[in-house]
Write a protein that binds this ligand. Structure first.
Ligand SMILES: CC(C)(COP(=O)(O)OP(=O)(O)OC[C@H]1O[C@@H](n2cnc3c(N)ncnc32)[C@H](O)[C@@H]1OP(=O)(O)O)[C@@H](O)C(=O)NCCC(=O)NCCS
Length: 163
């Protein structure tokens, strides 16, 4: 049995490893997305994440076991606190890493005075967020550039009140 993950803030030196982890996590997603949709999702530009880490805007946390990254989360505060990223290495899935990172993100939003956390949930992750207390709002789609041209990645807006 592996040790419990430790959480810490992400540093710029972590970003390449997290980009690789993110790609592994996306490629491992199965239903309901097509291979083109997953390729487009995997190729999304990470400039916003890099800027957040460089400037300290929002909170970006990493979960590690023995120094090896297991997952990361990026959350932004403001009038509509928003979870921007949550990815767990597929080799570490269903061990509570995603829940740990989500709860830390929620706690950070509370410290900023936020009382709700909004999530743009990929359809594969709706069950995860529902298990973590998030209510499903309306469907929407994100326009991405896929290998065969523009496509629409179907998602759901979800939200949880942070009591
Ligand atoms: C979604 C994701 C973050 C979940 O992380 P995780 O560490 O595997 O999740 P946890 O172990 O904390 O799961 C907690 C509970 O959520 C639910 N859950 C997790 N994954 C689920 C799935 N694929 N389907 C249905 N329920 C799920 C279960 O109730 C689970 O408890 P259990 O394992 O005791 O049954 C991870 O699978 C991932 O990174 N997926 C690819 C990227 C992604 O979709 N990110 C979200 C973008 S919005």
């Amino acid at each position: 049995m592996s040790a419990a993950p430790r959480l810490r803030d992400v540093a710029p030196a972590d970003l390449d490893a997290l980009a690789a982890l993110r790609r592994r996590a996306v490629i491992a997603v199965e239903a309901p997305y097509t291979a083109d949709e997953l390729a487009a999702w995997a190729d999304v530009d990470l400039g916003g994440l890099r800027t957040a880490v460089a400037t300290g805007s929002g909170a970006v946390a990493i979960a590690e076991v023995d120094g090896a990254p297991q997952g990361f989360a990026w959350v932004e505060a403001g009038t509509r606190p928003h979870l921007r990223s949550l990815y767990v290495d597929p080799r570490a899935s269903r061990r509570g890493v995603g829940t740990l990172l989500l709860r830390r993100s929620e706690q950070w939003v509370r410290t900023q005075g936020g009382r709700w956390l909004f999530v743009a949930a990929s359809l594969n992750a709706v069950g995860f967020y529902a298990a973590c207390g998030y209510a499903s709002d309306q469907p929407f789609a994100v326009r991405l550039d896929g290998p065969s041209g523009p496509l629409q990645l179907a998602m759901r807006k979800m939200v949880r009140r942070l009591d």
